[in-house]
Design a protein around this ligand. Sequence first.
Ligand code: ADP
Length: 197
Amino acid sequence: MLNIILFGPPGSGKGTQAMKLKEKYNLAHISTGDIFRAVIATPSDLGNELRSYMDQGQLVPDELTFRVLASYIDGHDLLKSGGIIFDGFPRTIPQANALDRFFAERNSNITIVLSLLVQEEEVVQRLLLRGQTSGRIDDNNEVVIRKRMQVYRDQTLPLAAYYSDQHKFIELKGQGTVDEVFELLCREIDHLLPPTV
Ligand code: ADP
């Protein structure tokens, strides 16, 4: 399996690139944010709980996040696919630990972590722009956006060292056009594939 984590701050282009990579390499795409928003779309206690964190720019607690993710992977039989692109997960060290354990129990692992480097001011502007059309409450308010950046720095950025220690972390310039960034990602992924004869 080719299991790829797309890493980077909110607004760094993970979702856009994940959709393109999914097509090109025939992978499954998991966005925890999208899964949570789909749960919220139908009124429920779980949806209300998720919304209470997301609307404030806070992370959903690890245990709840992991439960939703694991049941999505198993429920959709994704371990039988060619591979998975993770977008927005893991976001904390405990989530990364849980994911490593989950894969180990299923005789699989994370292949690579590709990190999109984009300056904070650029992503804030992108998110504000997205907020004008996306209907996402968390993109509509600069205070919430800044909070998400702070959460990213405090809770998610430590994962760079976690995956560097595993020799799986690669940083790429995330600030060009969508196609330029896609090129860079594909180049890294192509190195991992067996040569075609
Ligand atoms: P963005 O990358 O723009 O922040 P996402 O759709 O990935 O957008 O996430 C939106 C919100 O969903 C996050 O701010 C957080 O509240 C919640 N969320 C998504 N993924 C996770 C995760 N792995 N752990 C905890 N909370 C998450």
